[in-house]
Write a protein that binds this ligand. Sequence first.
Ligand code: HEM
Length: 409
Amino acid sequence: MAVVCIEFMNLCYIKQCYLSISSSILSSKMMEELVSSAFGFLIVIASIFCYSLIFKKPSKETALLPPGPRGLPILGYLPFLSTNLHHQFTELAHRYGPIYRIWLGKKLCLVINSPSLIKEVVRDQDMILANHDAPVAGLIATYGGLDIVWSPNGPYWRDMRKLFVRELLSNNNLEASYKLRKDEVRKAIRNVYTKIGTSIEIGELAFVTEFNVVLNLLWGGTIDGDKRDKVGAEFHKVATKVVDLIGKPNISDFFPVLARFDIQGIAKEMKNCLPHIDGILDNVINERMKMDSGGGEEDNRKDFLKILLELKEKNTSINLIQIKAILMDIVVGGTDTTATTVEWVMTEILRNPDVMKRVQQEITNVVGINNSVEEFHVAKRKYLYAIVKETFRLHPPLPLLVPRISSES
Ligand code: HEM
């Protein structure tokens, strides 16, 4: 249950969890480690497209760049990247300082690795560095970047973000959709209970639970029972593919000039997925519209789709495609990230029997032996909260975060 709450906290939390770790809860050894590797995982990348610089003689502009490791011609530093990117970037920061450059293919990236610089990027210079570097696959999946993550900083992005944070994630709406989350988490707990004595694939369990929770929030009040399971299974197949395609390193992103050849076929695969997703979303939206026009009793299971369609009625500037793009953000942004975090949290707890004992003790103290964990318990679960933050530091689910791009040179 704790995980579900973490997910739906304000996005500021997500930024903060990269920027701060609760010092009161961490042991001194952990603190030492924390200080020595400082903000090893606090890597915000400001990607700056630079299509011509690499092959030119060093100009005044390149001379002004921060230092960084040498890469190969054309490929830049790509062949030297390791699977533990955040560790590698921390090591590079020890060598080159809190800001350094690396070329990834044709992209010039600045890696920032100190709290003060991160503050400058995400707060002081946010207007210039707010845009995200959209991958080809991400743009296709979100109807050309009509969602929040990939739309450029401007009135459209501000409106969409306001709608997401103030309307969908408002306390009232989160409370109204509480039952939808609770039912799904209970189902997962029952499922685990039937498997006592056997091994469980935690990653898979976390992903399926997370996915179902998200779908429940999106349209759990719209479609029910067998129909919901059927739509869920269909959507699961295609959404997993979408998440996978967006996460795959794509040559077209590192060498935009090659994007038209789509060498790995990622754009083609994504385009094939889109009609499928679109069809599912259209069906669910039609279902909700039929329900609402039926004029029945006020539905107290207020899912996100209902909220979005109500807003559409009040505010004609939101259209159905934008609604679908936001739904995609929630599915893509909220499933794999959170499931990966849960898997690492459990892995770290299982690896550290002392930590396991303290977590169990905390559950007993806060929740009680025979009670179920509820969302309101989360605020009191300080030790678990610290574990989640520490897990973000050790195993960031998105090692490059979502790279930002500068809109000014
Ligand atoms: C462990 C879980 C998560 C991680 C690690 C994560 C990570 C991130 C990061 C690094 C960014 C970019 C922030 C920035 O550049 O300032 C971001 C943005 C975003 N995330 Fe997440 N996220 C998570 C969960 C979620 C969930 C559950 C949702 C949806 C319910 C979500 C929706 C979004 C949206 C809409 C944005 C764009 C915000 C904006 O443009 O201001 N994320 N996320």
